[in-house]
Design a protein around this ligand. Structure first.
Ligand code: FMN
Length: 386
């Protein structure tokens, strides 16, 4: 019997061989939105990691929707060609399902990559800063640019960009799409009362604030093949006074399920300054997933946030708190995380044949490197070379 973590899960026509997902991780290494050798090197590692699904970083649906000048985009033929080659390359040595996260940064666009934040968040005009858009002409915070409020024409344009990138993602060969409606980016800005002060049918009540993200996602769903899943990263809580709460996340999840969305991942925060942070400890976002699972039982839920140990990840799945776990920094630290987790849980690790000599079944030093608990899991106390 495989462990709960290494049990397959099917969403539409896509079967994930296990519940371990590479969380989308911005690299800020693209040029004009186009993937570079760095992206290929980076994602290739995860494609041979034994993960059940690899989701590429937040990828902008138009150039002004990039968070930084280095963000990946899927809005030009050049962007599409690079990602097509990229998926094709990975397919030549890996069957791991590969998805892409589509996003628009809205009022949080035109910023610097994390390693340049000491110079300030926002790009200066001479560095290539651009005009940003949002639901309301209100800046994210002090010193941030005031966005242009999207009018009817602007909304149609954004929706068309999401649909266009969806079609491109299919042509690139991606197996699934994740829509970014968290971390304070454009679709989250519409949802949150802290960023959306509109008085038309897209602002005011939760029903109105959900309207634009739901219209976009419905249009994406209609443009993507039926057998390919679409998931949504949502906010479980804004973490600010007066912001979105878990009850809102449950209502939004229910609406997403009605649209045929295959999973949600509740994350949290970053839509407005002044967050009141909870204690950031292992699995701190799991209760959000658990609540959505309980209240929207037919929707798959992925959880994320300081999930670092195989046993921890397995317990989350085995106890039914979530259906999949997304892992970010622990995967950056150990790009073979899923392979090592399989060994720790007594499952068969998915090791490419060329690397099989490092398989714990034939490599006596494995417990020395990975610790005594791994020795127990692999029963390797007596190992000799096969
Ligand atoms: C370098 C870095 C880049 C990230 N980029 C994205 C992104 O593109 N999209 C997204 O939804 N979350 C992004 N996140 C958040 C992660 O996907 C994840 O939710 C977060 O790191 C918590 O999980 P962890 O504790 O396993 O790292 C990023 C996080 C890091 C550290």
């Amino acid at each position: 019997m495989p462990s709960a973590l290494f049990t397959p899960i099917r969403m539409r026509g896509l079967e994930l061989p296990n519940r371990v997902v590479l969380s989308p991780l911005c690299q800020f290494m693209a040029k004009d939105g186009t993937a570079q050798p760095w992206h290929f090197m980076n994602a290739s590692q995860y494609a041979v990691s034994g993960a059940g699904l690899v989701i590429l970083e937040a990828t902008a649906v138009e150039d002004i929707g990039r968070i930084t000048l280095g963000c990946l985009g899927l809005y030009s033929d050049e962007n599409e060609k690079a990602l097509t080659d990229y998926v094709k390359g990975m397919r030549s040595y890996s069957n791991t399902p590969i998805g892409i996260q589509l996003s628009h940064a809205g009022r949080k666009a035109s910023t610097r990559p994390t390693w340049e934040l000491h110079k300030g968040h926002n790009l200066k005009p001479e560095e290539g800063a651009w005009d940003v858009v949002g639901p309301t002409a209100e800046a994210f915070g002090e010193g941030w640019p005031v966005p242009k409020e999207l009018n009817a024409q602007g909304l149609t344009h954004i929706l068309d960009c999401f649909v266009d990138s969806t079609r491109r993602a299919h042509r690139c060969g991606f197996d699934m799409i994740e829509v970014h409606v968290a971390h304070g980016y454009l679709l989250h800005q519409f949802l949150s009362p802290l960023a959306n002060k509109r008085s038309d049918k897209y602002g005011g009540s939760l029903e109105n604030r959900m309207r634009f993200p739901l219209e976009v996602i419905a249009a994406m769903r209609a443009a993507f093949p039926d057998d390919k899943p679409i998931g949504v990263r949502i906010t479980g809580r804004d973490l600010n006074v007066g912001g979105l709460e878990l009850d809102d996340a449950v209502i939004f999840s229910r609406e997403l399920q009605k649209l045929g969305i295959d999973y949600v991942t509740p994350s949290a925060g970053n839509v407005a300054p002044g967050m009141i942070l909870p204690k950031i400890e292992p699995g701190y976002l799991v209760p959000f997933a658990e609540r959505i699972k309980k209240d929207v039982p037919d929707l798959n839920v992925m959880t994320v946030g300081l999930i670092v140990l195989p046993e921890q990840a397995n317990e989350i799945i085995a106890s039914g708190k979530a259906d999949m776990v997304a892992i970010g920094r622990a995967f950056m630290d150990d790009p073979r995380w899923a392979w090592h987790a399989a060994v720790a849980l007594g499952d068969a690790p998915a090791i490419p044949p060329a690397w099989n000599r490092a398989n714990p079944k034939v490599w006596p030093a494995y417990p020395m490197v990975h610790g005594a608990s791994r020795e127990l899991a692999t029963g390797m106390g007596h190992m000799t070379r096969e």
